[in-house]
Ligand binder design. Structure first.
Ligand code: SF4
Length: 271
């Protein structure tokens, strides 16, 4: 079974019961907005909505830089999910603003969160498949949050699930999932996101080989930005050197504290 390291011994069935009760408790009159990313976690959240028999409207922010396999998976397996597009595409935004940086991840808001904003506001309670285990930053958030920027409430029914719970649930319920997981991809978001490559440079080459067109388009957009900024005093000396440094990361990323996540999980489930 994938994600077989059982850091928590809470059985999946117990988490399923808790999650469905949680969804029923917060169900709004109009139903939820379900943020469907096409990943395994949001697929589980979607299935839990069905089990809890709550109403939901599912939307996918079609960023244009996700793997085409994800878009295809959603179209074939989540037919009710509506594909939402940003007003301005990612590459145009990059050439106008700057490439995304660890301290400046402007595109998460522009091409994901704010996409279909009017529709999202019509459904003021949102469900996401975010889990505490994914990162220290996510672990420090709450299971129910009010997003002040967008004025919506976000609930996270699988917040305390471990990866093995997700795969256990997928196997038991025979849920379809994106084929990239079977090829060894652990995260299947934006393929050119520099945040993926900083802890693991090997991933950069894997992504470049797999989706060369996306990297060409991305680098063309960065070059436009670079030229427009007339970065003659660029400390890296040239655009090519700048890109090398960019992919390496301009600073070290902090690794998340697993201990903190374990402590939060124990507080929630008394294990
Ligand atoms: S995941 Fe990375 S590339 Fe994708 S929107 Fe967020 S910062 Fe940008």
């Amino acid at each position: 079974m994938k994600g077989a390291c059982r850091a928590s011994t809470v059985p999946t069935d117990r988490l399923v019961k808790k999650a469905t009760e949680f969804l029923q408790k917060y169900e709004p009159v109009r139903g939820y907005f379900l943020a469907d990313s096409g990943g395994k976690d949001s697929s589980v959240a979607r299935e839990l909505c069905k089990m809890a028999e709550v109403k939901y409207f599912a939307g996918y922010s079609n960023t244009g830089i996700d793997p085409p396999e994800v878009v295809s998976f959603i179209k074939h397996n989540h037919p009710e999910t509506v594909l939402l597009r940003p007003k301005e595409n990612f590459y145009s935004l990059v050439s106008r603003k700057c490439p995304p940086l660890p301290g400046r991840r402007w595109c998460c808001e522009e091409i994901k969160e704010r996409v279909g904003i009017d529709l999202k506001r019509f459904y003021p309670v949102h469900i996401t498949g975010v889990r505490a285990e994914e990162s220290g930053k996510r672990a420090r958030t709450q299971k129910v949050e009010i997003t002040r920027r967008m004025g919506v409430v976000t609930i996270k029914p699988i917040f305390h699930w471990r990866e093995w719970h997700i795969w256990d649930f997928i196997e038991k319920h025979k849920l379809p999932y994106c084929s990239l997981y079977d090829e060894g991809f652990e995260r299947i978001g934006c393929v050119t996101c520099p945040m993926i490559f900083q802890p693991n440079q090997a991933k950069l080459n894997i992504h470049k080989e797999r989706w060369p067109g996306k990297f060409r388009a991305f680098e063309r957009a960065v070059k436009k930005w670079y030229d427009r900024k007339q970065m003659v005093d660029c400390p890296h000396g040239s655009f090519e050197k700048y890109m090398e440094a960019y992919y390496r990361g301009f600073g070290k990323k902090k690794r998340e504290s697993k201990e903190k996540q374990t402590q939060m999980f124990r507080e929630e489930f008394g294990k």
